[in-house]
Unconditional design. Structure first.
Length: 99
């Protein structure tokens, strides 16, 4: 579980990133989750855009993405989801210490 300080740090790190995945009309699929997991392993921090034609609630989509990839939901702002998952082999982001 991320602390508020860690989430603020990750939000600032994600600010310059462009969304690399889009959730459209089909919703969240298993293939999409696998691709996002691979991207998280490589990058640790990803932005995902929820398209206007997606009929699901954006909060539900964000939670499905986080649970499906075992990642932390850093932020849902507008229709953009930011996910973080510490990489096993490509650790790049040093989080601020808890407490």
């Amino acid at each position: 579980m991320l602390t508020g300080k860690q989430k603020r740090f990750l939000r600032s790190e994600a600010h310059h990133l462009d969304p690399i995945f889009q959730v459209g009309k089909g919703g969240v699929s298993g293939t999409m989750l696998r691709q996002i997991e691979e991207a998280l392993e490589a990058r640790e921090l990803v932005k995902i855009s929820i398209l206007q034609n997606n009929e699901d609630d954006k909060n539900d989509v964000a939670n499905q993405l986080a649970e499906g990839t075992a990642a932390e939901l850093v932020q849902l702002i507008g229709h953009t989801v930011i996910l973080y998952k510490q990489s096993v082999n490509n650790k790049r982001i040093e989080l601020p210490r808890k407490g």
